[in-house]
Design a protein around this ligand. Structure first.
Ligand code: URA
Length: 230
């Protein structure tokens, strides 16, 4: 978010008053004076006006590129959590992780303070499409592809999976779109057709795509259109 917008939102001052403060040298960013109204404030930046820290009220929404080896949980005794990757300035006590990934899965994770938004994204009634990229142990047979596309009964379930979108990218590589989020769903679907997932990466949730500029472990705020476009 632009610095002038951030200051206006965080203080209730008009943009023109904010600009006056900026010109007067009343604003600091990470303790250094700043006058550039268009500077983009990043998550974790400390913005102060006349020495007073300005915080935005309202909900927070982030996308994070999850590396392997991190758990999607608020706390864990054994492994680091995805929340450990956030800057210390972010209050993690009321964060929710929307659509969890396994320890070894990489890719897009959404984190928010907005419980209603999380519910809309993850509730089975909203059927939000999740897109994954998979490496397989064995080539995908035509009949396995057909079964995935038609829907199949997973072990321990009473209803078949909804039809999946399958795009074959290579002999042992595919893109899979599913609109459900059952426990270990992708790995179980591939196991049910006699294959094995070697690596799994989430590329997108609904209209939100993992930003290609984010390296594993990095994150950024969602844009307003990403937040409203789910
Ligand atoms: N399906 C899985 O099996 N694992 C994930 O992490 C996500 C979807």
């Amino acid at each position: 978010m632009r610095l002038d917008k951030y200051l206006a939102a965080g203080t209730g001052l008009s943009r023109s008053l904010v600009h006056r403060h900026l010109r007067a040298g009343d604003v600091t960013l990470n303790k250094l004076p700043i006058k550039a109204a268009g500077h983009i404030v990043q998550t974790g930046d400390l913005v102060s006006l006349r020495g007073e820290l300005i915080k935005l009220v309202g909900h927070g929404y982030w996308m994070l590129h999850k590396p392997a080896g991190y758990v999607c949980a608020n706390r864990d005794d054994q492994y680091p959590t995805v929340l450990d990757l956030l800057a210390v300035e972010i209050d993690t006590s009321n964060l929710q992780i929307a659509g969890r990934l396994d320890l070894d899965t990489t890719g897009l994770v959404l984190i928010t303070t907005d419980g209603d938004w999380n519910h809309r994204l993850t509730s089975p009634r909203h059927s939000c499409l999740k897109r994954y990229r998979l490496q397989l142990a064995e080539p995908l047979t035509a009949s396995a592809q057909h079964t995935l596309e038609a829907g199949l009964l997973l072990q321990g379930e009473t209803k078949p999976t909804k039809p999946a979108q399958v795009e074959v990218l290579g002999e042992r590589e595919l893109r899979l779109g599913i609109s459900e989020g059952k426990y270990h769903q992708v790995k179980r679907m591939l196991a049910a057709v006699g294959n094995h997932v070697v690596s799994l990466h989430r590329e997108a949730i609904g209209n939100i795509q993992l930003d290609a500029s984010l390296a594993p472990g990095q994150y950024r705020l969602l844009s307003p259109s990403e937040i409203t476009g789910i």
